[in-house]
Design a protein around this ligand. Structure first.
Ligand code: PGA
Length: 238
């Protein structure tokens, strides 16, 4: 199981259902050309749609980045048509699984019980679960996890009104939510997600263990600017 090093914060890029193989290749080529180095302060991970895992595994390893997935089957390998099990991911060095994203709950009707089973599948496969919650489901989600599973999660605070809207929540609200998460999950790493970009990443990094971002990760040049802002913030902190 991956544990973030004490000072290392996670920047997790969620491509959602965007990009073709060619676009993914171009994205990595562009980032290699720009040459963004974030040193020891950050772990960067990219979560592509499943069919792009080969391209992303290769591109991420060339940059020293990690690979993530956006979902995982709640069942093991077997007769579950259409599902992608942890066993199917062997060989792609998947480090993180984003689980229970609000879009999964909203459009695919995932329940806290489904997400809890996915967490167990991830933990068993040695993949770090990143469980997405907000005010509406944090208690129900924590209640379905065993204490042992809850303690192994990274929790992502993803207020659904802030996702893809530009309507990001205040840093004070993130801090307040962190206290709630600590009561329910224990002292787990906390990410913030919801309209994170190059303008606001620095302030969220001050009160979290990292960020989850969607829109601002899609264009290579914007993602490079996000990483540069993060790096500037970590230098300012020293
Ligand atoms: P956004 O998405 O950065 O586009 O708001 C965040 C997320 O869904 O995790």
């Amino acid at each position: 199981m991956i544990r973030l090093k004490k000072m290392q914060k996670l920047i997790l890029a969620n491509w959602k259902s965007n990009k073709s193989v060619e676009q993914a290749e171009t994205w990595f080529a562009e980032l290699e050309r720009i040459g963004v180095g974030v040193g020891e302060s950050f772990t960067i991970a990219v979560a592509p749609p499943f069919p792009l895992l080969p391209v992303v595994s290769e591109g991420a390893s060339a940059l020293g980045w990690k690979v993530a997935v956006q979902d995982l089957s709640s069942f093991p390998a077997g007769s579950y048509t259409g599902a992608v099990s942890a066993a199917n991911l062997k060989g792609f060095s998947v480090a993180y699984a984003i689980l229970g994203h609000s879009e999964r709950r909203r459009y695919f009707h995932e329940t806290p019980e489904d997400v809890a089973r996915k967490v167990d599948q991830a933990v068993e496969a040695g993949i770090q679960p990143v469980v997405c919650v907000d005010e509406s489901n944090v208690e129900a989600q924590a209640a379905t996890l065993t204490q042992a599973s809850a303690e192994r999660c990274i929790v992502a605070y993803e207020p659904s009104g802030a996702i893809g809207t530009g309507d990001n929540v205040s840093v004070a609200q993130v801090k307040e939510f962190r206290a709630r998460v600590e009561q329910l999950f224990g002292s787990v790493p906390l990410l913030y997600g919801g309209s994170v970009d190059e303008q606001n990443i620095a302030e969220y990094l001050l009160v979290t263990d990292g960020v989850l971002l969607g829109g601002a990760s899609l264009e290579a040049d914007q993602f490079a600017r996000v990483l540069q802002s993060a790096q500037g913030a970590s230098r300012a902190e020293v």
